[in-house]
Design a protein around this ligand. Structure first.
Ligand code: DC
Length: 219
């Protein structure tokens, strides 16, 4: 591996996005939110009304899929066939569909190349569920962020526009996603054997970033 790759895995709401973004800024490298790719696939499946449970129609859809990232004014933007779809991929419906569809091996293998290609040309912080276990098993720095379910649900709830959903529903959906993401056959959410585990339940964001940076400097 030519470039310095840092992987951050963990369940939803553990703080991966904010922390990976800050870390990449401090290290002067790119940040890659791989969940956005799975969300992009789910969004297109919904838009194009794809029968994703049927292998033939899923295969045809994936052959025509063109997803890539752009950095715009410091923000990561997801482009699908030339169109910015970033504003549409974070709805509760797309969130749950991304979790369900991401269990499909065909989808995972279609996204594998996109992720590995990014790592061919630059240092990067990759955030997701299977970064340290499947996509970059040889990465020199691997971290697994986690936190109590109720803490994660509260964080997600507080990020949402007011009155959109109640906190119990946010927690239920998150628990369902935890189950989907960790019990699927293909690339389930797991701690890589050589990853450093960090419980972010009672740590501030700067404290977590600091812990990660210290480990990187030690290595
Ligand atoms: O990180 P996120 O919440 O934006 O991810 C959305 C869904 O995508 C998540 O529930 C599972 C899936 N995902 C995955 O299977 N593998 C990844 N590396 C990233 C996300």
């Amino acid at each position: 591996m030519k470039y310095r790759i840092i992987t951050i895995d963990g369940p939803a709401g553990a703080g991966k996005t904010t922390i990976s973004n800050l870390l990449a800024n401090q290290l002067g490298c790119v940040y890659v939110d791989t969940g956005a790719l799975y969300r992009g696939v789910a969004y297109e499946i919904k838009q194009q009304k794809i029968d994703w449970e049927t292998d033939a129609s899923l295969g045809k859809f994936l052959a025509g899929l063109e997803l890539n990232f752009l950095m715009q004014k410091g923000n990561l933007v997801l482009i699908s066939s030339g169109r910015d779809i970033t504003p549409y991929i974070r709805t509760p419906e797309i969130t749950m569909l991304a979790s369900a569809t991401s269990a499909k091996p065909q989808i995972r293998s279609a996204l594998l190349d996109i992720q590995r290609n990014i790592a061919q040309s630059q240092d990067a912080v990759f955030e997701g569920r299977d970064m340290g276990t499947v996509v970059f098993p040889d990465a020199p720095f691997k971290f697994f962020l986690f936190a109590d379910l109720s803490v994660r649900a509260k964080r997600r709830y507080e990020e949402m526009p007011e009155g959109k959903e109640d906190i119990q529903k946010v927690q239920q959906d998150m628990e369902k996603r935890d189950t989907n993401d960790s019990q699927r056959k293909e690339a389930p959410l797991r701690v890589a054997s050589d990853a450093i585990k960090i419980d972010s339940s009672y740590l501030s964001i700067p404290e977590v970033v600091e812990k990660i940076l210290k480990n990187i400097q030690k290595g």
